[in-house]
Design a protein around this ligand. Structure first.
Ligand code: MG
Length: 172
């Protein structure tokens, strides 16, 4: 059913609430993460010290990481390169291409990879379409870029629809 593709496997407040040890125990080896409003605010130009530490931690745990973003190369490279994280820009999520490319790039299977993101219609939908484990985070910023604002409106409609039918497995 179409709506189940919009339901994440896990919903957390922020990337820092993700239990990395538990992921590892589940056999996860690779992380595909969104950038804007997932790792940092969409209008913040550089990584925060907190994010730098988190990325370091991921690597220490042995995870492969790829940033997959629908944003342009200038924006994505400016954050990803100093972090030493490979990236795919203009990913056109929720299409599957970039997710394929990211898992292939890490040399991992779908079962070994998770997707982290803040949007239902790009990150969660795209990840679920691929059969990846999806983790939804609360957007870091209250504001959004113009395109995202449109997506958020759709998101609210979908969430209300699912909530009414008791399909939301997490607490708001
Ligand atoms: Mg985002």
């Amino acid at each position: 059913m179409i709506t189940s593709l919009l339901i994440p496997d896990l919903h957390v407040d922020s990337i820092y609430d993700i239990d990395l040890v538990q992921l590892k125990q589940r056999g996860v080896k690779g992380i595909i993460t969104d950038l804007d409003n997932t790792l940092i605010e969409w209008d913040r130009p550089d990584a925060t010290p907190e994010l730098i530490t988190w990325i370091k931690e991921l690597k220490e745990h042995g995870f492969s990481v790829v940033i997959v973003s629908n944003n342009n190369e200038t924006r994505v490279s400016k954050v990803a390169e100093p972090l030493g994280v490979p990236y795919i820009h203009q990913a056109k999520k929720p299409t599957k291409n970039a997710f394929h490319k990211a898992t292939r790039g890490m040399g991992l299977s779908v079962q070994e990879t998770v997707v982290i993101g803040d949007q239902l219609f790009t990150d969660v939908l795209g990840g679920n379409r691929m059969g990846l484990y999806t983790i939804l985070v609360v957007p870091v910023a209250q504001t959004d870029s113009l395109i995202t604002r449109f997506n958020r409106r759709l998101e609210r409609v979908a969430l209300n629809w699912m909530r009414k039918r008791g399909k939301i497995p997490w607490e708001d």
